[in-house]
Design a protein around this ligand. Structure first.
Ligand code: HAM
Length: 426
């Protein structure tokens, strides 16, 4: 036998039980986004490398060291998407969606790829559901996006997520903050890790995000971006906070939220849950009014993305379990095998899950697999039943077995599974 080929590090198979939970989380999130008028779009998984390099920013971790970049057969540089915002804005610009007027409210879901160090809750292929409001610049858009995010957690029964918000200012006020921060960092450089020292010039805001304890200590007393906001940014952020209070959305202002992507300005936020451990951000996002300009357009936007694996870890699962077969149709004799499959088809037509034996096994072995599959009831069909128009129905929960008339049984089942008629009086 040849050597077993394994999956690539950081890429994993998601077994049925987990895939089922992910699907549940994704479906509930979709429904929630649609309640606010957002519509799903599908985006390519591969884009021109330039889109991310210019959109996300050359000096970010993602672009510097985490992208899966290849040359295609024509020698063009292409990249597996590390996130969806740059693609969403590209699609908006390329599709001329501005012409439709108003705010484009869109969402997308699917795998993203980042060459990060794998650990609990951090993979090289992970799944996001992302939402973007492109074309609106007022603070009410920011407040609605945060309100929507908060209410999603409520809907999913998650009570211990904290929403942390900050304002990163704009092209007008960021330079003075950057100067103040660079000055401060220069003074404490001796106490910073080598990565932070390197970033003092290239991307000083990111130093605030460093998790190394000695850096955290050295950063106490660092100037806060909120003290440097220009009048317009200050007014914007004040209105966002006021609106959130009026909508009764709990949030905390945290000037440590700087985000790892360069496109952000003004409102930036993260939703964190301590139960997730070190990788505690379940969702993150913010405003990106300058992103479109980097990729050949000009339009403001705001959005966020949720890490689906992380959301799946913290939701209230209640009785959420993989569905089990409603019936197993067992054939007691060789001549009953095909009729058993035909019967299974008939019951599946009513929307019920039905399995049969496909391996010519004994009745005893079939009953064992029915039990293992978690089937609640087994229908046994043999020559005798075929002749008399009857079925043997065994209920696994009570152990009881009885003979029933096939037609009567199917008619009753049909009635049971029929969807209620719209408008009928109960
Ligand atoms: P991000 O903060 O890079 O933002 O990712 C958003 C979320 O994706 C994170 O909070 C986390 O839950 C999840 N995530 C990120 N990396 C990984 C990973 N390696 N493994 C598992 N989960 C991960 C963005 O991607 C922006 N595009 C969000 C956005 C949308 N901003 C505006 N619009």
């Amino acid at each position: 036998m040849s050597r077993l080929i394994k999956a690539i590090r950081g890429f994993r198979d998601i077994p049925a039980e987990e895939a089922y939970i992910l699907r549940h989380v994704e479906d509930r999130t979709r429904e929630h986004f649609e309640l606010f008028g957002y519509r799903e779009i599908r985006l390519p998984i591969v884009e021109a490398t330039e889109l991310f390099a210019r959109g996300i920013g050359e000096s970010t971790d993602i672009v510097e060291k985490e992208m899966y970049t290849f040359q295609d057969r024509n020698g063009a540089s292409i990249t597996l998407r590390p996130e969806g915002t740059a693609s969403a804005v590209r699609a908006y610009l390329e599709g001329g969606w501005k012409a439709q007027g108003g705010i484009a409210k869109i969402f997308y879901t699917g795998p993203m790829f980042r060459y990060e160090r794998p650990q609990k809750g951090r993979y090289r292929q992970f799944y996001q559901i992302g939402l973007e409001a492109i074309g609106g610049e007022g603070p009410l858009v920011d407040a609605e996006v945060l309100d929507l995010l908060y209410r999603l957690f409520v809907r999913l029964g998650v009570e211990d997520v904290r929403i942390l918000v900050n304002s990163l200012g704009c092209v007008e006020c960021r330079p003075s903050y950057r100067d103040a921060l660079t000055g401060f960092l220069g003074k404490v450089a001796g106490a910073l890790c080598s990565n932070c020292v390197r970033r003092i010039q290239s991307n000083p805001l990111r130093v605030l995000d460093c998790k190394v304890p000695s850096c955290r200590e050295a950063l106490r007393g660092a100037p806060a971006v909120l003290d440097y906001l220009c009048k317009a940014c200050d007014a914007h952020f004040t209105r966002v906070r006021q609106t959130l209070k009026e909508l009764e959305v709990p949030f905390e202002v945290d000037h440590g939220i700087v985000r790892g992507l360069d496109y952000y300005n003004r409102t930036a936020f993260e939703a964190v849950c301590e139960r997730l451990g070190a990788q505690n951000a379940v969702a993150a996002g913010g405003r990106y009014d300058g992103l479109a300009r980097e990729i050949g357009g000009d339009t403001p936007g705001i959005g966020f993305a949720i890490g689906l694996e992380r959301l799946a870890l913290i939701i209230e699962r209640g009785g959420l379990r993989l569905p089990v077969p409603h019936f197993f149709v067992a054939a007691a004799t060789g001549s009953a095998r095909v009729p058993a499959q035909a019967l299974a088809d008939r019951i599946r037509g009513m929307g019920l899950i039905v399995e049969t034996d496909l391996e010519d096994r004994s009745l005893k072995a079939q009953l064992r697999s029915a039990d293992r599959a978690g089937a609640t009831r087994v229908i046994i069909l043999g020559d005798e039943e075929l002749g008399s128009g009857q079925l043997q129905v065994k209920d696994f929960s009570t152990g009881e077995q009885r003979a029933v008339d096939s037609k009567v049984f199917l008619a009753a089942l049909e009635k049971e599974t029929m969807p209620p008629v719209k408008g009928a009086v109960p």
